[in-house]
Ligand binder design. Structure first.
Ligand SMILES: NC(=O)c1ccc[n+]([C@@H]2O[C@H](COP(=O)([O-])OP(=O)(O)OC[C@H]3O[C@@H](n4cnc5c(N)ncnc54)[C@H](OP(=O)(O)O)[C@@H]3O)[C@@H](O)[C@H]2O)c1
Length: 334
């Protein structure tokens, strides 16, 4: 079987494919034939060496595939079941702890840029039944983070408003989930062309964060304050996010697209009764809840472009170009 491995120093040119024997599932494990993965900023950082991982680590936190063999003692899966990986394979439910979030797919433990792997039978969920492998591979990191921001941390209610920033995979999931739940969506982008596409996807109002540096204030004036803001950039965006948030609103601290260091207007938070929460992805139970909603409302990801298994480096270069709109995927050969 073919497997990617990260080698040092990082860099897409050092992402190499090696041939290995296909493993057999131990007791409590299933052998999965992975069929697709999708790119996240975290995978990008592992790929370029910005996040240092063990030599030979298999990259990519997202995987969708099918069970091809079942180890002793496994009752929840059978051959042919379509399954999805977990970003935190040991965080199944309840609160995050140092222990249950230590294992991170494609980082501290092997990920899914591989044709086969044997995984703990508990570290999987089912795929949405109305999804292709490619679509399903966009869910475990980006979609689950958007879900957690809006539904788990934010308790989003129909009729409330949200603000998403940029047109990356996660923001577009947040837009689609919010629309499915009856919310009003404000969105930003750096390009007029992408702003038009945001409108086509159902965004109610769109703003250009490149031409309007005070976009937070502009959105607050338009909206009277947004109930749920997903901050994607930290750096210069957090100040704008706080400005855009309604009194009593929620700001999900999600990304560092601008910079991980940001100034904080504490007075605006205090007097505005604004709540900020920082978090990473989510647990298995949240993933199962999200899958049920996506299935019931027939919500599907926006896929920008797909690459073949041996084109992972090219896929990262496409991500680095910033021209994408939605998720970039890699599908494996039949
Ligand atoms: N906390 C978590 O658990 C978690 C999980 C997944 C991802 N993340 C983080 O969330 C962020 C977005 O992830 P993603 O996978 O959606 O990324 P992505 O697909 O690469 O999307 C990036 C998009 O964001 C916009 N953007 C870029 N720089 C920006 C800036 N300085 N200010 C505002 N917008 C900017 C651009 O959209 P336009 O071209 O439309 O301007 C760009 O296409 C990343 O920082 C990632 O690390 C966090």
């Amino acid at each position: 079987m073919k497997t990617y491995q990260v080698s040092k120093p990082g860099g897409f040119e050092n992402l190499k494919i090696v041939e290995q024997a296909t493993p057999s599932p131990a007791a409590g494990e299933v052998l999965v034939r992975w069929r697709a993965t999708s790119l996240n900023f975290h995978d990008f950082m592992v790929g370029v060496g910005g996040i240092s991982v063990e030599e030979s680590r298999v990259p990519m936190s997202d995987g969708a595939g099918e069970v091809v063999a079942v180890g002793d003692g496994v009752s929840q899966w059978k051959e042919g079941d379509k399954v999805l990986s977990l970003f935190f394979p040991e965080w199944l439910d309840g609160k995050p702890t140092g222990e249950n979030t230590q294992a991170m797919s494609g980082d501290t433990v092997d990920g899914f840029a591989t044709e086969f792997s044997s995984v703990d039978a508990n570290s999987l969920t089912r795929m949405p039944s109305n999804y292709t492998f490619e679509e399903a591979a966009t869910l475990p990191c980006a979609a689950l983070t958007a879900w957690r921001a809006l539904v788990v941390e934010g308790n989003l209610q129909a009729g409330q408003s949200i603000l998403v920033q940029g047109t990356g995979g996660m923001s577009l999931f947040a837009l689609k989930i919010a629309k499915a739940l009856g919310a009003y969506v404000y969105a930003t982008s750096s390009s007029e062309e992408k702003m038009a596409r945001l409108k086509d996807l159902g965004a109610d109002e769109v703003f250009n964060y490149r031409t309007d540096k005070e976009w937070g204030k502009t959105i607050a004036e338009r909206s009277g304050g947004v109930d749920h803001v997903l901050d994607m950039g930290a750096g210069t965006t957090l100040k704008q996010s706080i400005a855009a948030t309604a009194i009593g609103g929620h700001i999900a601290i999600i990304g560092i697209l601008d910079s991980p260091i940001a100034e904080l207007d504490v007075i605006s938070l205090i007097l505005g009764h604004k709540r900020m929460s920082g978090f990473a992805v989510g647990n298995k139970e949240m993933q199962e809840d999200m899958i049920a909603l996506l299935e019931a409302k027939d919500v599907h990801p926006v896929i920008d472009r797909s690459f073949a298994f041996d084109e992972l480096g090219k896929a990262f270069e496409h991500q680095a170009s910033g021209s994408h709109f939605g998720k970039i995927t890699v599908t494996y050969e039949d």
